[in-house]
Design a protein around this ligand. Structure first.
Ligand SMILES: Nc1ncnc2c1ncn2[C@@H]1O[C@H](COP(=O)(O)OP(=O)(O)O)[C@@H](O)[C@H]1O
Ligand SMILES: [Mg+2]
Length: 239
């Protein structure tokens, strides 16, 4: 089982779009993928064809047996679990994360967690096999947040594999170009790949879908295939 936690360093960096597009890219490489929404905004399902009127989700239930019934399968075979519209959950996050191991066929599966920006990852008992992608955008605020996060990480025992993943990168912007160059030379945990800004991501969401299905020859689709390939190679390296 491979667990990938995706969380914005601040709100609105593109976390949910990444979880949905990455889930589909992994699925198209024949991986078994479960995407789990840990964000009370409960918008992950919108990328997988779920109607916005859908209100149910795991936050409504205290027991794993009931929660399992809330999984949906999208047209590509990705299993996804909506958060639902309860502001507080009956089952604590940590219990949901741990109980993933009890799910049938979980041994080879990828679990992708769409985490809200405000949660503190140190509260969850992650292992050295777990991958944590902290999503950043190329601007001055994110620059200061990255350095604050690095300071915090230096002061705790982080067992998980932590990476900063740049999203919505606009190479036409001089500032973004310069910042990315700086980060690539100085930020120790920067992921070796980044996701470009591409309108296809917004357009495919308008179709309640992901880039690979709406625009298979897009930059966005290339980026997510590269991200999926990098994650698969990371996991193989660990084994
Ligand atoms: N790489 C990208 N290129 C263009 N737009 C993007 C990209 N990633 C995300 N977006 C857009 O940014 C907005 C916020 O994305 P979302 O995934 O909801 O962020 P979060 O989950 O961090 O709040 C959405 O309108 C989404 O379509
Ligand atoms: Mg989100």
């Amino acid at each position: 089982m491979k667990k990938v936690f995706v969380k914005g360093i601040k709100g609105g960096t593109g976390t949910t779009s990444i979880v949905a597009n990455l889930a589909c890219a992994l699925r198209k490489s024949n991986e078994h993928v479960l995407a789990i929404d840990l964000d009370p905004k409960s918008d992950l399902g919108l990328h997988f064809g779920l109607a916005w009127e859908h209100r149910d989700g795991w936050s409504h239930y205290p027991k794993l047996t009931d929660i399992i019934e809330q999984f949906h399968r999208d047209d590509d075979g990705v299993l996804f679990l909506p958060f639902g519209d309860q502001s507080s959950t009956q089952l604590p996050f940590q219990e949901l994360i741990s109980s993933c191991e009890l799910l049938q066929d979980s041994a080879d599966a990828w679990f992708l967690f769409d985490c809200p920006a405000h949660i503190d990852i140190t509260e969850y008992s992650l292992t050295n096999k777990d991958i944590f992608l902290e999503v950043v955008n190329c601007d001055a605020i994110n620059h200061s947040f990255i350095y604050k996060r690095l300071q915090k990480l230096n002061n705790i025992q982080s067992s998980w594999q932590h990476y900063f993943l740049v999203n919505r990168y606009n190479s036409a912007s001089e500032l973004e170009f310069d910042l990315l160059q700086l980060w690539q030379s100085e930020v120790p945990l920067l992921a070796p790949i980044f996701i470009n800004k591409d309108e296809v991501i917004k357009e495919s969401t308008a179709f309640r879908n992901v880039a690979i299905n709406c625009a298979p020859y897009s930059v966005a689709n290339d980026d997510f295939e590269t991200l999926a390939g990098w994650l698969v190679s990371r996991v193989l390296y660990d084994e």
